[in-house]
Design a protein around this ligand. Structure first.
Ligand code: AMP
Ligand code: ZN
Length: 458
């Protein structure tokens, strides 16, 4: 059983998919006007954790993540730099995919680009105008009339019926204390340069919010299971998505809304002026491994802030090493093939299934590792128990992905091991020991068993 905190109801709820064993999941993707920073990846890694957990619980996940390649920010960046919009967005999209891959984020089934889905957005805006939820202005913009939708504000707990909504807002982002009619279609302005599409209301471009409504519905249907983003997406982005989608199609839009808290750096907001807007490549240059970055992001609960500090690296390395070492130890012992798990898996699943309680799940694993080491020291475990424990470590890692793959032995180590095998066959024990020492110095262990040498990381 899985339970999630649903932002829509402000409650932890048991997850029930619309179609048995299937989950349709939409996550708001990057706005590709700049390099994605570690804050963005805090959210993308939370979504990866959610997806990996759903998969581990037996669900087939159909995941769509959009790429916001046209909005206020991308247009400004393109026009400020004198480049074509596509030149800017393709470059940052490529970097985003590289970072996602290096962090072992499971790829989505689809990454629709906003610029390739403008006709669908226009159709949805037409529907909203026909149903009187939207109006066209003199200059050819279209606005959603929030007073026409009685549930407006349900996600963010604002009550617009008591407010006088007299103004409208063109920009994609604005404040929670000023809910206003928002732009579905923005009429062309000189400052847009050559970025525009034709529409029944004249040339212009879509607002950011309609992009996600239209693309999520196109790929996942009018009513789907889960929609995620960072908590700043709640208002106005997700509030507006709900309004547009439910008014256009007259059905409930999304069952579960999940939002992750922000990442802070040294206790504060990341900002360019402080020089602390870290990207994944900068962290890697600073000596962090992708596994360490995952560990930092995933050991905080997704609804708590992550406070990132560069100097925490040693602590993180030691923590991962504790689990990695036990994995290597299990690998070096003869195992039998089993499909079972030790009892800890039930507890681990219960904890993780309870709104993805990763800090508690990680604490459980550390405690288990400590006891497992004692049992192995005392030779207390049967072959079956060893094998089940090994299965559990792999299961744990299929969700957290913080351990390196021991099966990938570097070519130079394999070569040294082969030379050592030859030396042993020739009874050249001195050379064999010399090669073993080199292998050890490079961070690998070698053990001789009945079936030959076994190599595993130290
Ligand atoms: P953007 O590229 O600005 O559209 O943001 C992509 C995702 O990153 C959205 O889901 C945001 O909510 C999320 N996000 C932005 N900044 C942070 C941060 N500091 N911590 C966590 N998530 C963030
Ligand atoms: Zn979105």
């Amino acid at each position: 059983m899985l339970k999630f905190f649903n932002s829509l109801t402000n409650k932890k709820e048991t997850f029930k998919p619309i179609i048995k064993n299937k989950v349709n999941l939409y996550t708001c993707g990057p706005t590709v006007y700049d390099k994605a920073h570690i804050g963005n990846f805090r959210t993308f890694l939370f979504e990866d954790l959610l997806k990996r957990t759903l998969i581990a619980f037996g669900y087939e996940v159909n995941h769509v993540m959009n790429i916001t390649d046209v909005d206020d920010k991308t247009i400004k960046r393109a026009n400020d730099s004198g480049k074509q919009l596509s030149e800017i967005t393709e470059y940052y999209t490529k970097l985003f995919f590289e970072d996602s891959l290096s962090l072992k984020i499971l790829p989505a089934n689809n990454y629709p680009l906003a610029t390739e889905h403008i006709p669908g957005m226009i159709e949805m805006i037409k529907l909203l105008i026909n149903k009187n939820f939207a109006y066209v202005t003199e200059e050819g913009s279209v606005f959603f009339k929030i007073s026409s939708y009685k549930n407006y504000g349900n996600l963010t707990n604002i009550n617009t019926s008591e407010m006088q909504i007299s103004s409208r807002v063109s920009s994609d982002e604005y404040n929670l204390d000023s809910p206003q009619d928002f732009a579905l279609w923005k009429a062309y302005k000189e400052s847009d340069g050559n970025i525009f599409w034709n529409s029944p209301w004249g040339k212009g471009r879509p607002g950011w919010h309609i992009e996600c409504s239209s693309m999520s519905i196109e790929y996942l249907g009018k009513h789907f299971d889960i929609h995620c983003g960072g908590f700043d997406n709640k208002f106005p982005h997700h509030e507006n998505e709900i309004a547009q989608s439910e008014c256009a199609f007259g059905t409930k839009f999304v069952n579960y809304w999940l939002h992750s808290e922000f990442l802070l750096v040294d206790g504060g907001k990341m900002s360019k002026s402080l020089g602390n807007v870290y990207t994944i490549p900068t962290l890697i240059k600073n000596g962090f491994t992708p596994e360490e970055i995952r560990y930092i992001m995933l050991t905080a609960h997704y609804r708590s802030k992550v406070n990132f500090k560069l100097d925490k690296q040693h602590e993180v390395k030691m923590a991962i090493k504790r689990i990695q070492t036990v994995k290597s130890r299990l690998e070096s012992i003869n195992r039998i093939s089993t499909n079972s798990f030790p009892k800890i898996k039930n507890t681990f699943d219960k904890i993780l299934g309870d709104d993805l309680d990763t800090p508690k799940a990680m604490a459980l694993v550390f405690d288990w590792v400590r006891k497992l080491n004692i049992d192995m020291d005392k030779n207390n475990l049967s072959d079956e128990e060893i094998s089940n424990s090994f299965n559990f470590i792999n299961y744990f890692n299929s969700i957290f992905c913080i351990l390196v793959d021991n099966s990938k032995i570097p070519a130079n180590i394999t070569k040294l091991a082969e030379a050592r095998e030859t030396a042993r066959k020739n009874n050249d024990w001195e050379e064999s020991d010399r090669l073993r020492d080199i292998i050890n110095a490079k961070g690998w262990n070698i053990r001789d068993g009945n079936s030959g040498q076994k190599i595993f990381p130290k």
